[in-house]
Design a protein around this ligand. Structure first.
Ligand SMILES: Nc1ncnc2c1ncn2[C@@H]1O[C@H](COP(=O)(O)OP(=O)(O)OP(=O)(O)O)[C@@H](O)[C@H]1O
Ligand SMILES: O=P(O)(O)OC[C@H]1O[C@H](OP(=O)(O)OP(=O)(O)O)[C@H](O)[C@@H]1O
Length: 229
């Protein structure tokens, strides 16, 4: 596919910045980027490289490699014009500055509630008025329980929340589940699915207005790459 990427003279002065998440999404994203025709500078592949911003084979496009949650922050602030992040991050971040036009169908998992096998089903969850929840997703957890009339007392962890119930700091966790093996290995069971998760192409809303042709060009390229897959 060879869709045109119109670049006005004014736009050509500054490169468009695309924020990409380090970690597991990036490994699934690489074949998509290849189909889209984006080839970052060689040291982008080098895990030991300390560089964070890389030119690409397109003169008007640079990529930055950041933590998954920070993709949303960079794009919401307009520091990056376009990016890729999980729907979990968008649900947690809650901003109207980000437009998410395309589901890339990668990074597929779900965000769920889980608790210890030993306590699951022991009491009637519909009668809870408060619940201690360990999670990296405080907003998602509060919204989910609040919709059921339950106040979530959130213990904010950045990882290893599967430890929290057995160590006594929460009754339940809210976390991502894919195969379920992490839950199983830690004596937990999934009790509710909050939402399905895939990775999305995201765009800063202001950039959509100020650089419409370039942004639309990249969205069209990603869309065509997905259709051809
Ligand atoms: N088990 C999983 N299966 C599929 N996708 C996942 C899974 N876990 C996470 N993801 C997706 O990948 C994204 C990034 O997860 P990853 O584990 O690479 O980063 P992280 O370790 O959570 O980030 P950080 O380095 O900031 O702690 C998540 O936001 C989600 O969309
Ligand atoms: O259902 P599973 O296939 O076991 O996947 C779920 C695990 O994947 C994610 O962790 P990740 O591997 O990203 O580690 P981290 O949260 O410590 O970064 C998530 O936080 C779970 O722990």
């Amino acid at each position: 596919m060879d869709l045109p990427l119109p670049l006005s003279e004014a736009d050509a002065a500054t490169s468009l910045v695309m924020a990409l998440p380090k970690g597991r999404i990036l490994s699934e994203l690489k074949p998509v980027l290849a189909r889209v025709g984006i080839v970052p500078a060689a040291d982008f592949e080098d895990e030991d490289s300390r560089r964070l911003r890389f030119e690409t084979n397109h003169a008007g496009l640079d990529v930055v490699r950041v933590r998954p949650f920070d993709v949303a922050t960079f794009v919401a602030h307009g520091a990056a014009h376009i990016g890729v992040c999980g729907a979990d991050v968008l649900m947690e971040y809650e901003t109207d500055q980000i437009y998410a036009p395309l589901d890339l169908g990668i990074g597929r998992c779900r965000i769920s509630v889980a608790e210890q096998v030993a306590t699951a089903g022991q009491d009637d969850a519909s009668r809870w008025s408060r619940i201690a929840v360990a999670t990296k997703y405080p907003n998602i957890a509060r919204r989910h329980f609040s919709a059921r009339g339950i106040q979530a007392e959130v213990v904010h962890l950045n990882g290893a929340m599967e430890l929290a119930p057995s160590l006594g700091i929460s009754r339940v966790i809210v976390d991502l589940v894919q195969t379920g093996s992490t839950l199983k290995a830690n004596g937990l069971v999934e009790t509710e699915v909050i939402a399905g998760v895939t990775s999305r192409l995201i765009v800063n809303r202001t950039a959509l207005k100020t650089r419409p042709e370039e942004i639309a060009g990249w969205i069209a390229r990603f869309r065509a790459a997905l259709a051809a897959a």
